[in-house]
Design a protein around this ligand. Structure first.
Ligand SMILES: [Ca+2]
Length: 198
């Protein structure tokens, strides 16, 4: 009897272990002059970093239909992509970064730090300004990482005054299948690299 109970318990656990649910969300541009972010790839990864599902969108919304998610386990969504690198990068953006670096006029919100860190090395520095200048002058076609946007969890709350140090947490959306129901409003905020003045 005890053995049977164990078998049924194990069976019940297996049946409840995964479920097909749908995930969806929006890509929200922080930049009103570029409201539609092109060519954004959203990936769902499991706790081991394996890609469970992937999709690409050009219309600011994405959906994964009927993906198998283990109940109670942590997954993460991450997104990358975006349009042309030169869009909305100007000398005025460079001036704002110079003022920030010199301490004359610090950047006022966390997203400006991400916009200003165009080489994505975790700090806003003179190097970023040099890369912006090179892009404006057509000396290089891309920023060093090849990326033109940074995508973050839209609802992430920054905990410090060094927002770039929180990139790992801020750049993915945690997904947990708690009760086998669809999960919506898993939204990303898209920040155009180099466009500090928005
Ligand atoms: Ca940088």
């Amino acid at each position: 009897m005890k053995y049977l109970t164990l078998v049924f318990s194990a069976l019940f656990f297996c049946l409840g272990a995964t479920a097909q649910i749908s995930l969806s969300g929006q890509i929200i541009s922080s930049d009103i002059s570029i409201p539609v972010v092109q060519n954004v790839t959203v990936e769902l990864v499991d706790a081991n970093g394996n890609i469970v599902a992937s999709t690409t969108t050009n219309n600011n919304s994405y959906q994964f239909s009927n993906v198998n998610l283990a109940q109670g386990q942590m997954y993460r969504l991450r997104a990358s992509g975006g349009g042309a690198v030169l869009e909305e990068v100007s000398t005025f953006d460079m001036v704002l970064l110079v003022k920030h670096i010199l301490g004359l006029q610090p950047l006022t919100n966390p997203y400006q730090y991400f916009a200003g860190d165009v080489n994505e090395d975790g700090t806003v520095s003179l190097q970023d300004i040099i890369y912006m200048r090179m892009v404006i002058l057509n000396m290089i076609e891309d920023f060093p990482t090849g990326k033109s946007w940074t995508l973050l969890d839209h609802d992430y709350q920054f905990n410090s005054n060094e927002p770039l140090s929180e990139y790992q947490q801020a750049s993915t959306i945690e997904v947990v299948n708690t009760n086998n129901t669809d999960l919506n409003n898993l939204n990303f905020l898209a920040i155009k690299l180099g466009h500090v003045n928005y």
